[in-house]
Write a protein that binds this ligand. Structure first.
Ligand SMILES: *Cc1c(COP(=O)(O)O)cnc(C)c1O
Length: 341
């Protein structure tokens, strides 16, 4: 597969902005090249546009090469960039599972790229044939999300493989919740599939949603385009340094995940005993999709008690459902006590 042939022509021909920091790489004693204020170190200096120190740490942790990593302002940035790099507005289209994370469609709409929804089965499993049938010669990107938001389940690996192998364009697998799941990441398959992009984030298991740092992993052909199209200094110094420090405390993240998985099991068991709860769907993420007798009314009742969950009642295949994030023991208890009342 020739990735370059999938790329929009203007992007293939793009002469990227050459920043001061990328034109001179290395160590010097006097920097007079970027019109920075010489005072107020270290914040006076533009940050590393390719985040090399941070990528080296992430590469080690994830078992990939630094060159296979693109870092973004959340994973929302690479979602947008994938569409901008591969999809010609008003001509190309993308296909995604439905229901899923809302940002794929928003980014497609902003870029004036047709967004095609391929319904999951009613039990939220993936029908690879149906998904592939929604694609045509103008489909450049397919979005999969596993574990999926809002359904919470992992998609079947063989069905996903059928998509990655059977589609002649880019396949994005969004693994925002992979740290909570029982199955390994698709990162180990990067070498085998040149059209695969895996997204992960520091916003969930790492507890860093406010810091805004997301990861895209792909073959160098693809990360090369990401690096040329993104804003040169997309990740500020504070974010780069802070995430780097957090990576030294990866064991804490593991402890949080173990704790949240225990909380998830408790919460699911308690929810199942509530009369207004009809079904608690199995989850591989840090939230539960819960079917209730009257979602809109229950949502409003919880709001009136200061408890906010996500009302997914209007989403395809999610009629009657609320999406509930697993909180602390006290937060979960407050929810359960409100529901029992
Ligand atoms: C929360 C979430 C993200 C994370 O987005 P960030 O921009 O990294 O905070 C990505 N994908 C899905 C499916 C999510 O639910």
């Amino acid at each position: 597969m020739d990735i370059h042939k999938l790329v929009r022509e203007n992007i293939r021909r793009l002469k990227p902005y050459s920043s001061a920091r990328s034109e001179f790489r290395g160590e010097a004693s006097v920097y007079l090249d970027a019109n920075e204020n010489p005072m107020n170190a270290p914040y006076n200096r533009y940050p590393d546009p390719l985040q090399e120190d941070l990528k080296a740490k992430i590469a080690k942790l994830k078992g990939v090469r630094p060159s296979q990593i693109m870092l973004g302002v959340g994973s929302d940035e690479p979602i947008d960039l994938v569409i901008r790099i591969f999809c010609e507005p008003r001509q190309d289209n993308i296909v995604a599972i439905e229901p899923t994370y809302g940002m794929y469609q928003v980014c497609a709409d902003i870029n004036h790229v047709e967004y095609r929804k391929a319904l999951l089965n009613p039990d939220y499993t993936l029908d690879a044939e149906r998904l592939l049938a929604a694609a045509d010669g103008h489909t450049k990107v397919i979005f999969l999300c596993s574990p999926n938001n809002p359904s919470g389940n992992l998609l079947d690996r063989d069905a996903m493989r059928q998509v990655v192998k059977g589609f002649g364009g880019i396949v994005v697998i969004d693994e925002a919740y992979v740290d909570f799941s029982s199955e390994p990441s698709w990162l180990t398959e990067l070498e085998r599939y040149p059209n695969l992009i895996v997204l992960q984030t520091f916003s969930k298991a790492w507890g860093l949603a406010s810091v805004r740092c997301g990861m895209a992993f792909a073959a160098e052909e693809i990360t090369g385009y990401f690096n040329r199209v993104k804003y040169p200094y997309n990740l500020n110094l504070l974010t780069q340094q802070f995430v780097s420090e957090q990576l030294d405390r990866a064991s804490q993240t593991q402890e949080w995940v173990a704790c949240l998985l225990a909380r998830r099991a408790e919460l699911a068991a308690e929810l199942a005993l509530i009369p207004r709860v009809q079904k608690v769907y199995p989850s591989d993420a840090n939230f539960l999709l819960v079917k209730v007798t009257d979602a809109n009314a229950l949502y409003e009742e919880l709001v009136s008690r200061g408890i906010i969950v996500r009302n997914r009642n209007h989403i395809s295949l999610c009629a009657g459902c609320l999406r509930i994030t697993v909180g602390t023991e006290a937060e979960n208890a407050a929810l359960i006590s409100a529901l029992k009342d």
